[in-house]
Design a protein around this ligand. Sequence first.
Ligand code: G16
Length: 544
Amino acid sequence: MTLETVSTRPIAGQKPGTSGLRKKVAEFARPHYLANFVQSIFNALGDCAGRSLVVGGDGRYYNRQALQLILRLAAGNGFARVLVGRGGLLSTPAASCVIRKYGLDGGIVLSASHNPGGPDGDFGIKFNGANGGPASESVTAAIHEASTRIDHYLLCNSPDIDLDRSGSHQLHNTTVEIIDPVEDYAELMASIFDFPKIAALLGHKRFHMCYDAMHAVTGPYAVEILEHRLGAPAGTVINGRPLEDFGGGHPDPNLAHATELVARMNSDAPLAFGAASDGDGDRNMVLGSGIFINPCDSLAIMAANARRIPAYADGLAGVARSMPTSRAVDRVAAELDIPCFETPTGWKFFGNLMDAGRITLCGEESFGTGSSHVREKDGLWAVLFWLNLVAELSKPARTILREHWQRYGRDYFTRHDYEALPAEQAEEVMAALRQQLPALAGRSYHGHTVHSADDFCYSDPVDGSVSAGQGLRILFEDGARIVFRLSGTGTSGATLRVYHDCYQRDPALLEQDPQKALASLIAAADELAGIRRQLGRQQPDVIT
Ligand code: G16
């Protein structure tokens, strides 16, 4: 096995977005593309000799080829130890778990999350640090900077290794260990939740549930945990086999894409509980019988009931949510008298708060909730949290949700996405809106008078770093809010996200369709940004 230095040149556009570098498969498969980026990660880290890493992915098309190349690069760069999930699989939260459990220096996760896969689909790569969490903005900036200066990468000329069998391989000075991707994570879950109680619930003859793994990475995790360890009937997990193209589906756990789950929930024999996860297993959607539990509400309910879960029995240090997420959790935090932080979109912003012990739970409207057990959002963890709660409270999920609204009021929330916009046009709309911000206070739009407006800027309370330009916020005098921002995870053109939320306390008005409850705010957003007028879009592509 020889080591080789391969000459290369910088490739434009290797700038990580909200969550790593996401591009079309065809782009990643271009000569030197992946090797350049991985070497740039290693260059940003400094001397890699003797360091350790975990590598795995969501199993999408190109996962295996990418893994083999990354192992050669890791060996070329002198890593001492690389752990790899068997079959090349590791969910994002499981990778975080492995980094923390084995004290590794970091990890590389191959995934484009909920984006579709296959030869014409998307691929992605992200780097997590020694705390198990997504690289901070300063690290991703250093990686991008390295990618603009790269002139060679270091490769070990070794044959492909068998990813499907557990065991050890030696690539030059690097020991590669193929590990069970599920075991460590399943053990962690058993240490957090009351497994016997959940098992009793799942064994109850009147409790029927369904978990849709969407042919993505959580299939093996859900089968092991829900069916094998907790005794749910075989078949509880549907679409459980990870496929390179996710079976042609879009592994995004929402009402539009988790169609099989939604059909089962609404069938003649409706289920009591349903859940789904995304491509890499960090997102979750939770459904009660006949009801969708909005992720913002889910976070608030978790915070309000955390003490009922064994791992959180002593209470929460604090909570956090991303800025566009509704303020439902803020109300719970106020009642519990614990701190509540508002961060920019992106899980990486929660890491410092968790490492400093300032928060225990956090979440985002984008179907992500998690806790300090790892440093990623965690789909299956959220599902187990809900099951534990249903078992502990002896109440259906829908009742838990309704009682929460009765007690705290309801934060109606909806996000409208306008996808594949010409990037320039989207930037123009945002720039025009940004310019208007100082003049908006006092103006009325469809019955809502603007109280204040700004471009969200976050100062990290732990390290003092400042992240500006994180979304345009329009706050209204009646407490309603609209947020506009461009997505940092898309791969075609630009995606404009418009977030709307308003608060309702009237007990008689808590069960409305959010699109109706927010109709005047949706109209206000259109007028403010000129979505129909300037973008020529009559309706959003996706509503969540
Ligand atoms: C990633 C980030 C999340 C973020 C989401 C959407 O999730 O980890 O923090 O909320 O993207 O980001 P954007 O609005 O910029 O597209 P995932 O599940 O895609 O990795």
